[in-house]
Design a protein around this ligand. Structure first.
Ligand SMILES: *Cc1c(COP(=O)(O)O)cnc(C)c1O
Length: 364
């Protein structure tokens, strides 16, 4: 099998050692060190380039994309292609499948992906099978004969965790490809390629960017042929990242390891305290990472919480420096499996005691 080749990136390295993620986040995607070179790639606002070069046209390439892809690729250990959003990257992942392909999808997953795959299935482009990602035997049974197993772990917003090493090794010598949406865990907490994933997806809109100011997506592979397909899909669909967004996400990435670790520690403390807090029926926290979901008795109690805070922002999206939360079922498209009283929480970088006081007041 040639599928599980070694890491293929242009990431910086040093003699006698692989660099740590903290270093890769800072040192990757930099201009060459020449006198007076800037330390950061400037924003290249270009719809076109003078002929006879490698880029040619603004939809085919941008120096900022390459710098960002080098950095995301270094952190995940794969070859990245960036897109205008996480959903554009998800489209690109489906685009490479043959007509009629069978896709295994989590029963609970990001609602945009669920709607996209269901829509393709309704049109007859592919066959969709859904499965509980935390039931490994069920995942493997569904994977038998499938073209693609699409996993989220932890899942959005139910926070279920899949046994990625077990699933990855079971699929290793099969033609079934494994995609992991690593948006929630980030490469700081989980590197799916190391446990057998073929594709890794990111909504870089969330943690990679980290400042709630840009939409961007990435699709990664370890196979250069796959990378070429992803690049081709981006050219033809035209869902290219904007120059400013590309710059913002790379700037945000520099601090990803620090942000993720700090917020995860605050989330651990808050999860512990929320377990004994009035009105909280259940906590879903995978034990690592800065995302959790709390269940309140009903929609009204959950609405009171999200409208009762001064620091926590009632908003969708996650992974920013600001602590944010929302009652997921306020969205008509959210899957009916999600309880009405479930509030998804994204812990940010404010002081944990301030965050706790704010929640305690709102819970009454
Ligand atoms: C937000 C999200 C997406 C979609 O990404 P966009 O950047 O909003 O298009 C995909 N997967 C997960 C897990 C997400 O949270």
């Amino acid at each position: 099998m040639t599928r599980k080749t070694g890491a293929m990136t242009n990431a910086p390295s040093q003699p006698g050692g692989i660099l740590h993620p903290d270093t890769l986040a800072v040192a990757s995607g930099r201009p060459d060190r020449q006198p007076d070179a800037p330390l950061n790639h400037p924003i290249t606002a270009a719809s076109t380039y003078v002929a006879d070069g490698a880029l040619g046209y603004g939809r085919y390439g941008n120096p900022g994309w390459s710098a960002l892809e080098e950095t995301i690729g270094a952190l995940e250990g794969g070859l990245a292609t960036t897109f205008s959003s996480g959903m554009a990257a998800a489209h690109a992942a489906l685009e490479s499948l043959p007509r009629g392909a069978r896709v295994v999808l989590p029963a609970n997953c990001y609602l945009g992906v669920a709607a996209l795959v269901a829509n393709r299935a309704e049109r007859g482009d592919l066959e969709m099978v859904t499965v509980a990602v935390d039931d490994t035997a069920a995942v493997l049974a569904a994977a038998d004969g499938a073209d693609l197993v699409w996993l989220e772990s932890p899942t959005n917003p139910m926070m279920e965790v899949a046994d990625l090493p077990a699933i990855g090794s079971a699929l290793a010598d099969t033609p079934t490809k494994l995609l992991v949406d690593n948006t929630f865990a980030t490469p700081i907490l989980q590197r799916p390629f190391e446990v057998g994933a073929d594709l890794v997806l990111h909504s870089a809109t969330k943690f990679l960017s980290g400042h709630s100011d840009a939409l961007l997506g990435a699709l990664l592979t370890r196979d250069p042929d796959d990378r070429a397909v992803h690049d081709q899909v981006r050219r033809s669909q035209g869902a290219v990242p904007g120059a400013l967004e590309t710059y913002l996400v790379l700037r945000g990435l520099r601090t990803l390891p620090l942000r993720v670790r700090h917020a995860a520690e605050s989330a651990r403390i808050l999860a512990e305290r929320l377990a004994d807090a009035p009105g909280i029926v259940r906590i879903r926290h995978p034990g690592t990472g800065s995302l959790l979901a709390v269940e309140l008795a009903d929609a009204a109690s959950a609405d009171r919480l999200v409208h009762g805070t001064r620091l926590w922002v009632n908003t969708t999206s996650l992974g920013g420096v600001e602590s944010t939360f929302e009652r997921r079922r306020r969205w008509a498209a959210e899957l009916p499996n999600v309880p009405e009283g479930l509030v998804r929480m994204s812990v940010g970088l404010e002081h944990v005691e301030d965050l706790w006081q704010d929640l305690r007041t709102a819970l009454g």
